[in-house]
Design a protein around this ligand. Structure first.
Ligand SMILES: [Mn+2]
Length: 363
């Protein structure tokens, strides 16, 4: 069912572009189009070909048994290739009289060059065709994201009882990962960020061997992954008693997070959500310390459409799943970010992240 629905959507998009065929090789896009579970890994050698009549999935012997099983009852035909997949595809297209194909703008240049040389006809680069379809989630996709968010919340609750002065950031990050994987997460949505003390002023800090000390903020950005779908959450906690400045900044970021959440609804301009959060921080003299956009779409990829920042021209659509994650980063001192994952609804949003947001003090 989902495969039919998604194929119909991409075929409409191709008809709008006036191109008769599309070759898809980005893993998340292939996973979405086929709906195959249990086939894809990061190293997969595969391609999807969609024309008005055909939907073919090409892969090699390492993946073909799993692909054949997953394709049962779907419109997809699996072709096992042994030599160059792209030569096989170009030959088949030529035999079918197809003289123009679309490829994704993410295709590496070497592959683009090879396909252009092999294909008899013109190769057109398209941008975001499938990504735009993916930004509105089906109910079953939202269920998977919700389950990933639930596991993420549970991991946070667990790690609150684990963090103590004397542990390193690496030990906390590993504990988050072990807990999520032991409790049903497929790997992790992305490598967890655990940034303590002055390291927390780096929005995407790398995890270090720094030892957590009393008085530190500990900023944790992490997520579980369920059925290919990801969750994304950030919480910042304090070890010991916070300073007055830590309290003030934390309160400002929390207010910005809530203002951002209040601005989310179907039809809202993404940049207005960014502005709602940014204005709160600017009014407290912290505008320059909020150095990234307020959020992004989440799904099969951790960062996908729509983009929520000051320059974005995206409009939020009902059924998108997005983050709202303002932060304040004071170089060499500390940083705070509070990130929730939400489903965009017609009149507002449904917050999937349930973890508490008041400043948590750990002893
Ligand atoms: Mn995020």
């Amino acid at each position: 069912m989902r495969a039919e629905h998604r194929l119909a959507a991409i075929r409409r998009a191709l008809a709008d572009e006036g191109v008769p065929a599309m070759l898809v090789t980005a893993v998340s896009n292939m996973r979405y189009l086929t709906g195959f579970d249990g086939v894809f890994d990061d190293g997969i050698n595969a391609a999807c070909l969609v024309t008005s009549e055909h939907a073919r999935f090409y892969t090699d012997a390492r993946y073909s048994e799993a692909a054949q099983a997953a394709a049962g009852g779907t419109p997809w035909t699996v072709r096992q290739t042994s030599g160059s997949m792209y030569i096989d595809i170009c030959r088949e297209l030529q035999a079918e009289g197809v003289t123009e194909i679309a490829i994704e703008s993410s295709v590496p240049y070497g592959r683009f060059k090879f396909i252009s040389e092999q294909f008899v006809g013109s190769v057109r680069v398209t941008d975001g065709l499938i990504e735009k379809i993916r930004q509105v989630k089906e109910a079953a996709e939202i269920e998977r994201i919700q389950e990933a968010a639930r596991l993420t919340d549970a991991a946070f609750e667990h790690v609150l009882g684990f963090i103590r002065p004397g542990l390193t950031e690496l030990e906390v990050a590993l504990e988050l990962e072990i807990w999520m994987r032991a409790n049903g997460s497929e790997g992790v949505a992305f490598a967890p960020i655990v940034a303590s003390g002055p390291n927390s002023s780096r929005p995407h800090a790398t995890v270090t061997g720094r030892t957590i000390e009393r008085g530190d903020f500990v900023k944790m950005d992490f997520g579980a992954c369920v059925g290919g779908y990801r969750a994304d959450m950030t919480r910042t906690v304090v070890v010991g008693v916070p300073s007055e400045r830590q309290r003030e900044v934390y309160a400002a970021v929390l207010e910005a997070n809530e203002a951002g959440l209040a601005a989310v609804r179907g039809g809202a301009a993404a940049r207005d959500v960014d502005a709602a959060a940014r204005n709160v921080l600017a009014a407290r003299g912290l505008g320059d310390a909020f150095t990234h956009g307020v959020g992004h779409g989440v799904g099969l990829d951790i960062h996908e459409l729509p983009t929520l920042n000051a320059q974005s021209r995206d409009v939020l659509r009902t059924g998108s799943v997005v983050t709202v994650e303002p932060g304040v980063y004071l170089e060499g001192t500390f940083g705070v970010r509070i990130e929730d994952l939400v489903v965009v609804e017609e009149a507002g949003c449904r917050v999937l992240t349930r973890s508490p947001k008041e400043l948590i003090q750990l002893d």
